[in-house]
Write a protein that binds this ligand. Sequence first.
Ligand code: SF4
Ligand code: SF4
Length: 428
Amino acid sequence: MTAEQHPRRQPQETAGSPAPQEPAPASGPAPGPRLGVFDKELLDRCISCGFCLPACPTYALTGREPSSPRGRITLMRALESGDLPPDDPTLAEESSFCLGCRACEPVCPAGVQYGALLEQWRDHQWQGRGRPWIARLLMALVSRPALLRLQGLVRRHARSGRRPGAGAGAEAGAPQAARRDAPETAPGRPAEPASLLLGCVERGLYPAVSRAVRALRPEVGVPSGQGCCGALHAHNGDSAAGAALARELGERLPGTIVTTAGGCAAHLAHHLGRDRVRELSEYLELVGHRPAGRVTVGGRPARVALQDSCHLRNGLGVTRQPRELIAAVAEYVELPNAGGCCGAAGTYSMLRPADGRAVLAPKLEAIEAADVDYVVAVNPGCLRQLRQGLRRGGSRVRALHLAELLALAAREATDAKGRGQGPQTPAG
Ligand code: SF4
Ligand code: SF4
């Protein structure tokens, strides 16, 4: 579905214009008594300039002011001041329709921390039964002992490519044991130990990503007893639980926390400190990783595009590293909307599948127009969204995680070496 086909969109409206398309509720700092839902300083920062409107995917879909960052902040102010009752349907709809992609933050001249405001909004709006049942189910699932046992099984699977003679301490289960299991040292590596975070989605759906990281960087430990990082909770109306889970994980994982999920990286960095957390591409740069091999298709370098992770890009400002890593092993192709949300947005694609597909549609068109062989994701939710969309459309393009692409290149190099050839081998 294109933006023009989206049912909310009014034909005469032009998405991308900073001008509101319909009268907005009163803006400016809320006068009088406050409900206490929002941090006043954060809410008052918005100067209603509208610079954020062209960056907002939901505004691009609808062209309606309430579906824009500025419109939503106006709604937050109306809720805070009591001008709108808490059960107002527009409040419920717009707090849910927002992707939480934070594309409105880097373009904002006033430094509005929209992501923090959205968390506060959903904390209030999605209390108890106000929270979508799918979100409630997922939040309960990541806390269940049965799932933790499954995590252990998958973790052992992820470790199957573990370095010979790796210390058993990290597998023993106790965080203390993991701390003693300091990784091997090698030139260019930090002295600090590093722990791979097995994300809730990834450990279940994409264990190959963790295996690829282990193959690329055997010094990264995989401590047992990992729980959820709390991003799921923070983005679904329980930021207190989200913060507590992040702190708990920080206690359990020794050293630098390496994550293959941009959303987890941003959430953990917010609660544990920026230096404690590295998304995979950042970590590889930190340790001076030099990618081996080339990914080829039919004897030529593969054409590979990137789908940015919203929270990695807009929350942590990481954009260069994954592009450089792809360019080191393939022909990198920049998509015109690589930085725009793919519609996965955590639980969004499950809570609002039609809207998630509508956000994804222009991206799929851009991928096809770019004539690429692979599109790389740096977040498991994006990977799932891209794979589903490409499969639905019958595309020949494959979606891979960055770790999988780098491991594929390394395998091609190893295979070529085994045959006594150069690194360029046909991959079909
Ligand atoms: S959020 Fe920032 S960019 Fe958007 S209207 Fe407010 S001040 Fe302007
Ligand atoms: S978080 Fe994304 S969808 Fe929500 S208001 Fe900001 S840009 Fe729009």
